[in-house]
Design a protein. Structure first.
Ligand SMILES: [Ca+2]
Ligand SMILES: [Ca+2]
Ligand SMILES: [Ca+2]
Ligand SMILES: [Ca+2]
Length: 631
């Protein structure tokens, strides 16, 4: 079959090249019914490709047919072109009614694999990867400034399945897609369109990490906010980003039970359609078995009425979903994966579970990366993607076990990604009662070597002065020690209660981190930002937000650019804010990044109160009952 197809394709190529077929009608035939679909165009995938094919011979930058929806790629409906009887057939001079029904299989649509959609790059020349079917030789890769690809930046035709982009991309969000190509024939349908963000300065190596919560794929970061006590059951809200900044009111409200909204995170693109997904944790659902609901992104953003995928814990009391995070593409299959912690599973030893993404969502295997032992108390109390911190090409994970070891010194476990998950490397704090691993988060590339780093918080260090520990990427993680530690200076303030990447707040091209210290200054709270640096690794004089009031900093986050001005913006939650005596209402602040650091844009509150701002998609979750950290 392949040989026959190949010969026919060659014949068509030769005919096209000679000019004798330049006006033939080449149409798709419905594979199931054998019905020619050229005239009526009963569906969007039946496309007249004549002009595109002719153009493609001379110009690889030919545009896609305008009437082809961009996101309808489907490997289950192969494109087949036939040469109908009206074709001036140079191969066969038999009467038309005696000719066989000659068909040529068009190249299949490529499937994009890396870098993950909505990720951040550390440089301007990414290595793009995709998958081709056996009958497709080349890919036509298009880089665009917009999702619809009306602003084509460059098109490159390449044999095989990888391409290091040949020119430096400009800072900001770019979109890309690919068409299959065999000889002169190009698939008429594009792959899904993926996006990534290019930094202002390029490190020596371009890798990708993280995810931005751009749920509608318009290039502007959205903000998801959790209010776990809203209406007594919990809710999560999405505030849309746009060219004019973040919207005043949420565009989407999703509801659940069991303190739904205790954690909200963008978990990246789990189904490979190019849009980031929203995951919401409800650790007290079903007698604290816990649950995590995933809402899929789309051109219209999060559809609150659409079916959600919900995964749950194993037993009552597990508190599955007490933390969750985008794991990145841990197994390298081109679908994002998700990690979920259940800190009290297995007799309070704890557990972390990895969920593999797939074309229909979480259809891949569910893999328990490790159960804590009796010495690893609350394993999974914090979980995070660790980017590719060991530089082997697979995304890795970091799992905190803050009450491990005598005296609650704490530990964190670096879990290598790969075709199968590797044995965790144990990282330990240096002090007893440190609660090392209470918070773990990827940090971005704060030392500008092109590889993503991560940070571990120890809020109970030195009688709750607290500390954070930065781990730069490295190949061997066995026995790894922190690259540097920053100690809290005042006891009882729990510095490092929250840690998060902040992306590039000041626009110097190097990623920064933000620390939430909600108990600073008599529980008013503050959120210092430490600037990454190519020379000193974290600026000693941070920008400091707050102190404010009402446990400002309980949730912190960055890695978004709401208004697309090139400076990363920051959100900080203050969930114990209230306007009158009674339950906490909560709200959160939006800070715009700028060359001299962040500046307050405004405060936003959830329409239903309920500990609003206790969780923010751009940062760490709250532990709103403070049962771990009562100060
Ligand atoms: Ca998606
Ligand atoms: Ca994957
Ligand atoms: Ca790795
Ligand atoms: Ca780095």
């Amino acid at each position: 079959m392949k040989t026959q197809r190949h010969l026919i394709a060659c014949a068509v190529m030769a005919a096209l090249a000679s000019g004798c077929l330049d006006r033939v009608t080449i149409v798709r035939v419905d594979a199931a019914s054998d019905r020619v679909a050229s005239d009526e165009r009963p569906d969007a995938s039946a496309v007249d490709v004549t002009s595109e094919l002719a153009m493609d011979v001379a110009n690889d930058r030919a545009e896609a047919p305008m009437d082809v929806p961009n996101d309808t790629a489907s490997e289950s409906t192969p494109d087949v072109v036939s040469l109908p009887d009206s074709t001036p057939d140079v191969l066969d001079d038999r009467p038309s009614d005696e000719r066989p029904d000659v068909r040529v299989r068009l190249p299949d649509v490529p499937r994009l694999v890396a870098p993950m959609s909505t990720s951040f790059l550390t440089g301007a020349t990414p290595r793009l990867r995709w998958e081709l079917s056996a009958n497709t030789d080349e890919a036509v890769v298009e880089m665009c400034a917009d999702r619809a690809c009306t602003m084509l930046e460059r098109s490159v035709t390449v044999a095989g399945t990888t391409l290091v982009w040949p020119v430096a991309l400009t800072p900001g969000t770019h979109f890309w897609r690919a068409f299959g190509k065999t000889g002169a024939l190009r698939s008429s349908i594009a792959s899904a369109t993926w996006q990534f963000h290019v930094p202002r300065r390029s490190a020596a190596v371009t890798t990708a990490w993280g995810t931005t919560p751009d749920f509608n794929g318009d290039g502007f970061t959205d903000v998801a906010m959790g209010a776990p006590d809203a209406l007594g059951a919990g809710a999560a809200y999405v505030y849309p980003g746009s060219a004019s900044g973040i919207g005043n009111t949420p565009s989407v409200t999703v509801r659940g039970t069991g303190r739904f909204g205790y954690v909200v995170e963008s978990v990246g693109d789990l189904n490979g359609d190019g849009f980031a997904e929203l995951a919401v944790g409800a650790p007290e659902a079903a007698s604290s078995t816990g649950a995590v609901s995933v809402f899929f992104g789309s051109p219209r953003g999060i559809d609150a009425s659409a079916p959600r995928t919900t995964v749950t814990g194993a037993s009552s009391g597990d508190e599955f979903g007490v933390d969750l995070n985008a794991a990145g593409d841990v197994n390298g299959d081109g679908y994002g994966d998700m990690i979920v912690g259940a800190r009290f599973a297995a007799m309070r030893a704890g557990r972390a579970s990895l969920f593999y993404g797939g074309p229909a969502g979480l259809t891949g295997g569910v893999f328990e990366i490790a159960s804590g032992s009796v010495t690893a108390i609350s394993f999974g109390g914090s979980v995070s993607g660790a980017c590719d911190a060991d530089r082997d090409g697979f995304a890795d994970m970091i799992v905190g076990a803050p009450f491990a070891f005598a005296g609650e010194a704490g530990a964190a476990y670096f879990v290598r990604g790969g075709p199968s998950v590797g044995t965790p490397a144990e990282l330990r704090g240096s002090a007893t009662s440190e609660w090392f691993g209470f918070g773990v988060r990827r940090a971005g590339d704060v030392d500008f070597d092109g590889h993503c780093d991560f940070v571990v918080g120890s809020p109970n260090d030195r009688e709750r002065a607290g500390a954070i520990h930065l781990y730069s990427s490295r190949v061997d993680w066995v026995g790894a020690r922190p690259t540097l530690s920053i100690l809290g200076s005042t006891r009882m303030r729990a510095f490092g209660y929250r840690v998060s990447d902040a992306r590039d707040v000041d626009g110097d091209g190097v990623d920064d981190i933000i620390v939430g210290v909600p108990d600073e200054a008599a529980l008013m709270g503050m959120a210092p930002i430490y600037r990454g640096s190519a020379t000193t690794t974290l600026d000693a004089v941070p920008y400091s937000l707050g102190p404010n009031a009402d446990r400002f900093g309980r949730a912190v986050g960055g890695h978004g650019d709401f208004d697309g001005d090139g400076f990363s913006d920051i959100v900080v939650g203050e969930p114990e804010f209230r306007t009158m005596p009674g339950p906490f209402e909560g709200h959160f602040a939006v800070f715009r990044g700028g060359p001299t650091g962040p500046s307050l844009l405004r405060w936003l509150s959830a329409p239903e109160g309920g500990y609003a701002g206790g969780a923010l998609a751009l940062g760490l979750q709250t532990r709103s009952r403070a049962r771990w950290l009562l100060l």
